[in-house]
Write a protein that binds this ligand. Structure first.
Ligand code: NAD
Length: 360
């Protein structure tokens, strides 16, 4: 197969869909790989490394059988795709109907990384998890950096410093990584999730489960179902009481395809101590805190609220490396013997595929 890696053009995107290590494995398996000049440079993968791995560094990498991307293509990029070409990337099928329709009209066979079923067999392709791992880690570092205090307890000649208290709300993949990272930095960490199954996972990381008395339903895929308005109100009220105890709050609560649940009302921010920090990983879908400004960092009532978007792109080297391995696993699945064999009776292929024939 001819595989193309275009340079990402979305604003602020520093990741690249394939890294040289993965390119070398694909070339060894008999594929041809074309990488657009400079595609990896923002992630510290230079053109020379791709050439050494066996790729062709090209001015344009769109005229191929399989295009691999991180972000969904723009309208102009979609127009460059050949009918029947395969496209792989984060295509936002639940929120970007227009983009998906464009791909369908163009006759592209598109696979959305976020639609890969989260089953054991597909674990190596799970880019939502790999990127959430990066985001969670980074969120803990940002919280540590913004706090005007230490995270660990310190005993010094000038006296003892008490450890910071960190609360992580939403203990999915990102939340658990944030908990683990904040723990390693020495904070006293609490975690909360509406799925009661995660209590044990939180505790296994050395953190404590914060019992807010709110239990949500878990869907078949292991995701949280949206809370009822009454449960949401109860959660907000409980959090408002507990938040003043914490120096940093990292929020990662999400319900697939829905706006982020609002967990922290403005009144709860007012109740927090000055100098406290909220890192809102859900800013991407509107934010878990009422005062979050997606894409920005603001100070309200002395509380720093970080709503930066696309945290995985801020650690582009490892984010790209993990993503590239996910993409490679999907490519191996779609083309086990080297040529594409699209079996739409297969759960992974059918689940990930979001467009497969021309409708225009
Ligand atoms: P996510 O990003 O959709 O949500 C993050 C977390 O927010 C979830 O843990 C969710 O329960 C929580 N949440 C939702 N509403 C909340 C609220 N009101 N208050 C507090 N927390 C709230 O989730 P994710 O990290 O992508 O993973 C979710 C699930 O998928 C987990 O059970 C995870 O173990 C599972 N998973 C399975 C596989 C696999 O089997 N291959 C791989 C990855 C993840």
């Amino acid at each position: 197969m001819r595989i193309g890696v275009p340079r990402e053009t979305a604003q602020g995107e520093r990741r690249v869909a394939l890294v040289p290590e993965v390119v070398a494995r694909l070339v060894e398996a008999g594929h041809e790989v074309a990488v657009e000049r400079g595609a990896g440079s923002a992630a510290s993968f230079e053109d020379d490394a791709y050439s050494e791995a066996g790729a062709t560094v090209a001015e344009d990498a769109w005229d191929v059988d399989v295009i691999v991307k991180v972000q969904k293509p723009t309208a102009e990029e979609t127009a460059k795709l050949r009918t029947g070409a395969v496209l792989i990337g984060f295509l936002q099928p639940l929120t970007d109907r227009e983009g998906i329709d464009r791909l369908a009209t163009q006759g592209v066979v598109a696979f959305a990384m976020e639609s890969i079923p989260r089953i054991t067999r597909a674990q190596s392709m799970d880019a939502l998890s790999s990127q959430a791992t990066v985001g969670g880690y980074k969120a803990a570092l940002i919280a540590a950096d913004r706090l005007p205090r230490f995270l660990p307890m310190l005993t010094t000649a000038a006296g003892t410093v008490q450890p910071a208290k960190v609360l992580v709300i939403g203990a999915g993949v990102a939340g658990l990584q944030a908990i683990a990272t904040a723990r390693r930095l020495g904070a006293v960490v609490f975690g909360f999730d509406v799925r009661s199954a995660v209590k044990e996972q939180i505790e296994s990381l050395g953190a404590k489960f914060l019992d807010l008395g709110v239990k949500g339903e878990e869907t078949a895929g292991g995701y949280a179902a949206e809370l009822t308005p009454e449960q949401q109100e109860q959660q907000q009220a409980e959090l408002e009481k507990r938040l003043p105890d914490f120096d940093a709050v990292i929020t990662t609560a999400a319900v697939p395809g829905r706006p982020a649940p609002k967990l922290i009302p403005a009144s709860a921010v007012v109740a927090m101590r000055p100098g406290s920090v909220i890192v809102d990983l859900a800013a991407e879908t509107g934010g878990n805190c009422e005062l979050t400004v997606p894409g920005d960092e603001v100070v309200r009532e002395g509380v720093t609220i970080v709503g930066r978007l696309n945290l995985p792109s801020e650690m582009p080297y490892h984010a790209s490396q993990l993503y590239a391995r996910n993409v490679q696993a999907l490519l191996n699945h779609l083309a086990p013997e080297g040529a594409l064999v699209l079996d739409f009776d297969d759960e992974i292929t059918a689940g990930a595929c979001v467009t497969r024939k021309a409708t225009g």
